[in-house]
Design a protein around this ligand. Structure first.
Ligand code: NDP
Ligand code: MN
Length: 400
């Protein structure tokens, strides 16, 4: 592996509190950043499982006033962010806390942007989206964000990305700024152990794709590579275990560490084609979750990249296969294809072996998906180790 090209590396900016029962201390941590918090969650799970009330108790114990905004749904929208931001502005909140999966944490980050930049005018998170010629800049006015992760997949608890969907335009985009990196993240294994089977598999596969994609990415660097190799090895080994035995604390911890490494890989490299296409797939079909779209797209894109990739890319896919437990005898295209095999094997084990067709993605939406990808996901398209045209992508979508 050639590691000698020039690169820029910025230390990941999030502090971590990691372990069993750590949510208990959320009030004391948030108190360091403000007196009045907007607590952002999804609609049901955190309430039902008791983590919402535990958090509120912890805030109250520390004298932090808390306003709960519990309306986030998977694939959160511009309206959901703007409505939450209004709550933060009207209540003069000085810190935003995301308790939940990537959707709640991303929404907390985006609310922090809107509320922090509000100066009495009408304001929307969409002004900050990189689809415009001159998007509004995210600055240090952004309110501080604290996260408590309830899934192991997106890496959002340590990343400088926050995804939002514009339903009208059918565009799903990541706002990117160092100012939205959570100042502190709590990773409490008790919350992660509550994930049901399908959530474990789709979020775990998301984490694996962060590691695999940032590894083969044109934007990878020697430091990213370390995160990626470690995350891949751990996920191939522990994801089936976490899936089969949800209360296996060791497996949950392992997946949480791999998720964190995947997030740091995203921060220091860039994902490639599966992510570039999974966003528009979910924008067109909001019922298809991020990790599920990735499961449908990843194997064929890997095969495509191996068929057309240069020597370094082929070598990297051989390393992916190795991380998945395959023996690699020499570094060539045939051996590299073992990486597709290990990924497919994993997808079977975690009952996620789906295709675009089996998910109900219709051929007539392929062109729209490709256009949306070029409008919103140029960086991942350009970071793909093999250059791709619109036609290549259309062909890829049609592969079975
Ligand atoms: P979500 O946050 O969308 O949560 C999915 C579902 O799982 C929700 O219905 C939620 O319920 C439920 N849930 C969450 N945690 C638990 C738990 N511990 N136990 C039981 N149920 C639970 O899932 P993800 O974490 O996969 O986030 C996906 C989003 O993150 C997508 O929008 C994706 O694009 C984005 N993303 C962001 C990245 C980033 O860097 N910022 C990177 C990759 C993806 P309820 O809503 O009731 O709480
Ligand atoms: Mn992802």
């Amino acid at each position: 592996m050639s590691l000698m090209k020039s690169f820029r590396y910025f230390l990941p900016a999030t502090n971590l509190v990691f372990g069993k029962g750590m949510l208990e201390g959320i009030g004391a941590e948030v108190k360091k950043f403000g007196k009045k918090a907007l607590l952002v969650t999804g609609r049901k799970s955190m309430k039902k499982l008791g983590f919402l009330s535990r958090s509120i108790d912890s805030f109250e114990k520390e004298g932090v006033e808390v306003i709960h905004y519990g309306e986030v749904m998977p694939n959160p929208t511009v309206d959901t962010v703007n409505k939450g931001a209004k709550g933060a502005i009207d209540n003069n909140c000085d810190v935003v806390v995301g308790l939940g999966g990537g959707s709640a944490i991303d929404t907390a980050k985006n609310i922090a942007v809107v509320a922090g930049h509000f100066q009495g005018e009408k304001i929307s998170i969409w002004e900050f989206a990189g689809v415009h010629d001159k998007p509004r800049r995210v600055t240090s006015k952004t309110l501080p964000v604290i996260a408590a992760a309830s899934t192991s997949g997106t890496g959002s608890h340590v990343s400088r990305f926050a995804v939002v969907t514009n339903e009208e335009k059918k565009q799903k985009i990541g706002i990117m700024s160092p100012f939205i990196c959570p100042r502190l993240s709590i990773v409490d294994v008790d919350i992660l152990s509550c994930m049901p089977l399908s959530l474990t598999s789709k979020t775990g596969f998301d984490a694996l794709t962060h590691a695999m994609e940032c590894f083969v990415s044109k934007r990878s660097n020697p430091i990213t590579v370390l995160y990626c190799l470690n995350a891949m090895e751990v996920i191939f080994e522990y994801l089936p275990q976490a899936y089969n035995r949800g209360d296996d604390v060791e497996a949950r911890k392992a997946m949480a560490v791999a998720d964190t490494f995947g997030g740091w890989a995203l921060v220091t490299s860039r994902p490639v084609l599966p992510h570039a296409l999974s966003h528009p797939v979910s924008a067109f079909y909001p019922e298809i979750d991020h990790g599920v779209a990735l499961a449908a797209l990843t194997p064929e894109i890997m095969r495509f990249n191996i068929e057309r990739g240069d020597e370094q890319t082929v070598n990297k896919y051989c390393h992916v296969a190795r991380m998945g437990g395959e023996e690699i005898n020499s570094f060539n295209r045939k051996e590299a294809l073992k990486s597709v095999k290990v990924v497919k094997r994993l997808l079977k084990k975690i009952k996620l072996d789906v295709t675009l067709k089996s998910l109900g993605v219709e051929e007539r939406s392929f062109e729209g998906i490709v256009e949306s990808a070029f409008a919103t996901m140029r960086v991942p398209i350009e970071a793909n180790p093999v250059p791709v045209t619109r036609e290549d992508i259309l062909n890829l979508c049609s592969r079975k």
